[in-house]
Design a protein around this ligand. Structure first.
Ligand SMILES: [Zn+2]
Length: 198
C-alpha cells in the first residue's frame, strides 16, 4: 500500500462513527466461549444497551457497563460515560465495587469504540489489572463485537510480560499506527498467556 493510501486507511479506521438505530438492531448474537444460551442472550442485550446509552446520552462516545454475571439479571449494572477515546471505569461506585470484589465473581466489562478499532493497550491493561473481569467486550459503534476472555490457564505474570514486550516495541512513539500494530501483536499472541480473543 502506498504511504498515502496507508494514511487514508488509518484515518478511516480511527474515525468516529455516530451510532445508528440499525447498528443497534444488528448487534449479533454471539456464542461466547464458556457461556450458555441464556448468558449469551444477556450479553447481546448488554451490548445493545451500551450502544443505546452511548447514542442517547453520550454523543456516541465511549460508555462502559460493568456487570456481575452471577446476578443472572441484567437489571443491575454499573455504567460510566467516557470521551471519544477513553472511559474511566472506576469513576462509578457500583462498577468500582464490582471490579475490586474479592469473592469468586465473574465480571463482564463491555464498552463501545466510536471507531472500528479493536482493543487498545489501555483495555488490555484494565483486563489484567482487575482480577474479577473474566470477559471484556468491545462493541464498535457499527455493532461489531470483539471479546477477550481469561481462560482457566490464564497466567497473570506471563500476560504482564507479554504486555511489556509488545508495549516496548512502540516505546516513545506517538504514532498511533505503530501503537495499534503492537496492540494487534499482543492480541495475536494472547493465547500464549491464557487469553482467548475473538
Ligand atoms: Zn477500549
Amino acid at each position: 500500500m502506498s504511504k498515502e493510501n496507508e494514511l487514508q486507511q488509518a484515518k478511516v479506521r480511527n474515525k468516529k462513527y455516530p451510532i445508528t438505530d440499525v447498528a443497534i438492531q444488528k448487534v449479533p448474537f454471539i456464542k461466547y466461549k464458556g457461556l450458555n444460551e441464556e448468558q449469551n442472550k444477556n450479553m447481546q442485550s448488554l451490548a445493545k444497551l451500551v450502544l443505546k446509552i452511548a447514542q442517547e446520552e453520550n454523543d456516541s462516545n465511549e460508555v462502559a457497563i460493568t456487570w456481575d454475571m452471577g446476578t443472572d439479571s441484567i437489571e443491575k449494572y454499573g455504567v460510566v460515560y467516557g470521551t471519544e477515546h477513553a472511559v474511566d471505569i472506576c469513576s462509578d461506585t457500583y462498577s468500582n465495587h464490582l471490579l475490586h470484589s474479592v469473592d469468586n465473581v465473574i465480571i463482564v466489562l463491555l464498552h463501545n469504540h466510536p471507531s472500528t478499532r479493536t482493543f487498545s493497550f489501555d483495555d488490555v491493561f484494565v483486563l489484567m489489572e482487575y482480577r474479577p473481569i473474566q470477559y471484556m467486550v468491545v462493541v464498535s459503534n457499527q455493532g461489531t463485537i470483539h471479546y477477550l476472555k481469561k481462560e482457566k490457564n490464564y497466567d497473570e505474570n506471563a500476560a504482564g510480560m507479554l504486555y511489556n514486550e509488545c508495549r516496548a516495541k512502540c516505546k516513545g512513539t506517538k504514532d498511533v499506527e505503530k501503537i495499534y500494530a503492537s496492540t494487534l501483536e499482543f492480541l495475536k499472541r494472547c493465547s500464549e498467556v491464557g487469553l482467548y480473543c475473538q
